[in-house]
Design a protein around this ligand. Structure first.
Ligand SMILES: C[S@@+](CC[C@H](N)C(=O)[O-])C[C@H]1O[C@@H](n2cnc3c(N)ncnc32)[C@H](O)[C@@H]1O
Length: 278
């Protein structure tokens, strides 16, 4: 894991920050070497320095965006950290269903959804444990800045190794079709989910007046953001979460501005609700 002498890594770090707000520590500059290898080759260049020199001479928004996307960390799995899903199943969703029984509608957002496992886990959970929601308007939105993972999420096709991480065998059999080593989410689950590319740090992907979510998963993405970016992002998440809605963050993440959130520890995990003034 080494870096190349003479490459202006700070220039590359600045591009990543400007386009995705991800803050990369200089100690991880070696990641540019491994992650941008294909990009260098596909652009007919010989090394990272050539990319940097090219960008310094000529604006190339497509190349800049490709760099920012290639540097995202897309680690995810089905039912990751299991606790939020168990808590939803046993306690939180039954309550939400009761309070939405007139509207018969529930909206979920997997913000920074990577290749879609989080959104599909929610869809499987709802399908499996809440058959009474079959006639409801259920929407699960997944968004991510990286177009490559969004394409993968839309395809809903996973390798055996990804399937083996976190999915109980009975769900695999029930909710996936397979051809060789590839397992594809069944249409009834895919239909519940909608994926699109969106940057959480530019204007919110959901800002229409009727954009309201009942449950938002914003997990394992804020750890790459500065404190300032976290604060701005959580304020916009607050605006689109229903007053009795639920926010899940990653296990090591906390709201940047605790004054607008109420936290609750239950089922081995912490979840957050918009703070209601007394
Ligand atoms: C580590 S994955 C987390 C995936 C999933 N939430 C989970 O916990 O398993 C982080 C994801 O955040 C996305 N991401 C990073 N910066 C982003 C931004 N500014 N806007 C939207 N997505 C972003 C990355 O592309 C990546 O897919």
């Amino acid at each position: 894991m080494s870096t190349s002498a003479g490459v202006d890594y700070s220039y590359l770090r600045e591009i990543v920050f400007r386009l995705s707000q991800n803050v990369l520590d200089p100690s991880r500059d070696y990641l540019f070497e491994t992650r941008l290898t294909n990009l260098v080759r596909n652009h007919g260049m010989t090394d990272l320095d050539e990319i940097v020199q090219h960008l310094k001479l000529k604006k190339d928004p497509f190349l800049e965006r490709a760099i920012a996307e290639a540097m995202t960390i897309n680690e995810t799995s089905f039912f990751r950290d299991s606790h939020p899903f168990e808590l939803l199943r046993l306690k939180l969703l039954p309550k939400l269903i009761e309070s939405r029984r007139l509207e018969r509608s529930l909206r979920f957002w997997s913000a920074a959804c990577s290749s879609g496992q989080e959104a599909y886990s929610l869809a499987i959970l709802i399908h499996e444990y809440f058959p009474l929601l079959a006639g409801w308007d259920i929407r699960i939105e997944g968004t991510d800045i990286c177009s490559e993972v969004v394409e993968r999420a839309r395809a809903g096709c996973y390798h055996r190794v990804e399937i083996n991480r976190g999915l109980p065998a009975r769900f695999v059999v029930r909710y996936f079709d397979h051809a060789g080593d590839n397992w594809t989410v069944k249409p009834e689950i895919r239909r519940m989910c909608n994926f699109r590319q969106a940057n959480l740090c530019s204007s919110s992907p959901f800002n229409r007046i009727d954009d309201r979510f009942d449950v938002i998963f914003l997990r394992n993405v804020m750890l790459y953001f500065s404190q300032e970016t976290r604060k701005t992002l959580l304020a916009s998440i607050h605006r689109v979460l229903a007053p009795d809605g639920i926010l899940f963050l990653g296990a090591s993440e906390q709201p940047a501005d605790p004054s607008i959130w109420t936290s609750e520890l239950a089922g081995g995990t912490c979840h957050f609700r918009p703070h209601q003034p007394e």
